[in-house]
Design a protein around this ligand. Sequence first.
Ligand code: ACO
Length: 431
Amino acid sequence: MQDTANKNTFTLTNNQTEETYTYNILEGTRGPSVLDIRTFFADTGLFTYDPGFTATAACTSTITFIDGKKGELRYRGIAIEDLAEHHSYLETCFLLLNKRLPSKEELNDFDLEIRHRAYLHRGLQKLFDAFPDDAHPMATLSAAVTALASFYDEHIEIQNEEAYLEMAHRIISKIPTIAAFAYRQSLGIPFIEPDIDLSFTKNFLTMMRAYPGGKMHLCANGHEEIKDVEVRALDTIFTLHADHEQNASTTVVRGVASTGAHPYVAISSGIAALWGRAHGGANESVIAQLEYIGSVDKVEAFIEKAKDPNDDFRLMGFGHRVYKNFDPRAKILKELQDELREELNLDTELMAIARKIEEIALSDEYFVSRNLYPNIDFYTGIILTALQIPKTMFTPIFVIGRTVGWITQWIEFKKDETSKIARPRQLYTGK
Ligand code: ACO
């Protein structure tokens, strides 16, 4: 029982027993305060019921702050708009891991280390052969990251800061190689090894698109060099995906961390959770849905379908659990999409369908009253299509960006002395 005279408390009355219980209200630096109910079951004999954790804070964190009503997103206190405009993805990775942006020299060292760690053990490369030619790259990616754990056993017991960072740098660096290999495996074509002369993002595009031994690239409409504008757009997409506080896949990563499993196994579980259409898989579904709609004149019928309470059809790329205003990442990507319109030939039928959906949904009472705005996946789907990246690689690209967030959250969990194994309760309604 807490001091009832204290204003930072919350008193609850059980009307069945007329007993009252008082709990502390915890104040963060920003965002809603949190009721500390850690002793609730011991005090009252009751569990709390909150499917989908819509009102439950499961940890404290200093990594990412979101104000869903205002449409605000910050990594380590820095606004996402600032990071997207003035900093690279690698600077963002350094920021998440080290709680501050790097100096020029620190960035050079970090960049060099990430380039050098991008190679995969030859034993691991054999794993890719086990997958069928048309395997989805997310399946291969998740399996390969689990396999990676067996090459770096030492990361299961990390004792100091240096070892935490080595473990984190290793996975950030190798994920693009694994994703590119998974893609090439799905096409049945030989792998392109990482090139330490190339930046993080250009290296990934090259490993994905280059012909073996040459500078030509596999593109839908011929063989082209990778353009700077493509590298810049993809780097921005990586930055916007870098972290997003306690989303579904991060919650999975923390849950696996809580059991003491290897950090790369936790990342592999995060990859599996991200794959779903309600989460990171939405970017692939957005384009599949636009292709299915097929032409601008059919858009209105699909909007009506999405609004029908008796139809489970949903507009992919719309809505968000936390943002009840425009997703700030979507705003940045909408601007990027407009900038890229001329340079990347965005004026296709698919883009016209997307624009029509966006226009109707933003003014339709059903979407407006439910705060259903286009989310990040709506625009990444469109931009990645313009970059001639195949649909099956959209979610692996989300994985590349998010790996730093997952691993930073894993480290935070491990360092937090209040962390406990994740073990929710239930309301039993069976026999
Ligand atoms: N199309 C049509 N209606 C929708 C949509 C949509 N995309 N999203 C939500 N709604 C409706 C629901 O039917 C519900 O209506 P009701 O109140 O009349 O029953 C209302 O809006 C609230 O929906 P919930 O499912 O309760 O919202 P929740 O916060 O649980 O779900 C989610 C959020 C999963 C993102 C949901 O909006 C959705 O399925 N969107 C489509 C998939 C998608 O784009 N996912 C990517 C999210 S971003 C990310 O993970 C990176």
